[in-house]
Design a protein around this ligand. Structure first.
Ligand code: ADP
Ligand code: 5GP
Length: 218
């Protein structure tokens, strides 16, 4: 595609949605791919804005029809990126951002090695738990089982961080937004952002990244 394909993954509750929405107010020309999902809308989510909410039958029909660039089952629900989202961004020559889980990200990396992958980490398991609980309370959905499943899932997802080109820790929100902006602009060719973007490269295996991974090992 003419534009750049950005893949963003993070354990649920890391603050990916928060980061991405702030990023999009700072960076022009970044389209967001709206995924299909079989899960129910949460909080103030609207069909066609955060997701296209669909049934399992319809999703399976789309899988059989080859409508997805990638798809995966996450926490008991299907999620998928429509091929048409990619086609549309390509036609417009715009950058496209995919917010997808690690299973889907690995599928896209294999199909499109030129994609730029970014992994967002929470600063620690304790902070992740707190954020998941805060969000659930705000959305009046305090199912402990769901929260526990997401916490357990986080550890497995973090194992895949080295497959990504960049990794950033969402501790202080402003800093994480600045890092993400730097990565996007650097990938677009802005050399002024090189220094900050390079600190987020997984090749640099920063002590900060290692410290977060160790905290999740304990
Ligand atoms: P995700 O999209 O990764 O599942 P959200 O963006 O919904 O996560 O964030 C989960 C919760 O954490 C929300 O309540 C959000 O306001 C909060 N949050 C996100 N980033 C930060 C941050 N850097 N510091 C403190 N709270 C944050
Ligand atoms: P949530 O239900 O919290 O919105 O998302 C749960 C997980 O599904 C997140 O890790 C999110 O990135 C992932 N996800 C959202 N859309 C897609 C998609 O189209 N494909 C894949 N593989 N994962 C997705």
């Amino acid at each position: 595609m003419a534009g750049i394909l950005f893949i963003i993954s993070a354990p649920s509750g890391s603050g990916k949605s928060t980061l991405v929405s702030q990023l999009r107010t700072l960076v022009e020309g970044l389209d967001f791919s709206i995924s299909y999902t079989t899960r129910s809308p949460r909080g103030s989510e609207e069909n066609g804005r955060e997701y296209y909410f669909t049934t399992r039958e319809e999703f399976e029909r789309m899988v059989a029809g080859g409508d997805f660039l990638e798809w995966a089952e996450v926490f008991g629900n299907y999620y998928g990126t429509a091929v048409s989202a990619l086609r549309h961004a390509k036609e417009l020559g715009r950058d496209l951002l995919l917010d997808i889980d690690v299973q889907g990200a690995l599928q896209v990396m294999r199909k499109m090695p030129e994609a730029v992958s970014i992994f967002i980490l929470p600063p620690s398991p304790e902070v992740l738990e707190k954020r998941l609980k805060n969000r659930s309370a705000a959305e009046k959905m305090t199912d402990e089982d769901v929260i526990q499943k997401r916490l357990d899932g986080a550890k497995h997802e973090l194992d895949k961080v080295w497959d990504y080109k960049y990794a950033l820790v969402n501790d202080v929100l402003e800093n994480a937004v600045a890092e993400m902006r730097a990565v996007v602009l650097y990938e677009r060719g802005d050399q002024d952002c090189e220094a900050l973007a390079r600190t987020c490269s997984t090749d640099s295996a920063s002590p900060r990244l290692k410290a977060v991974l160790e905290a999740f090992e304990e």
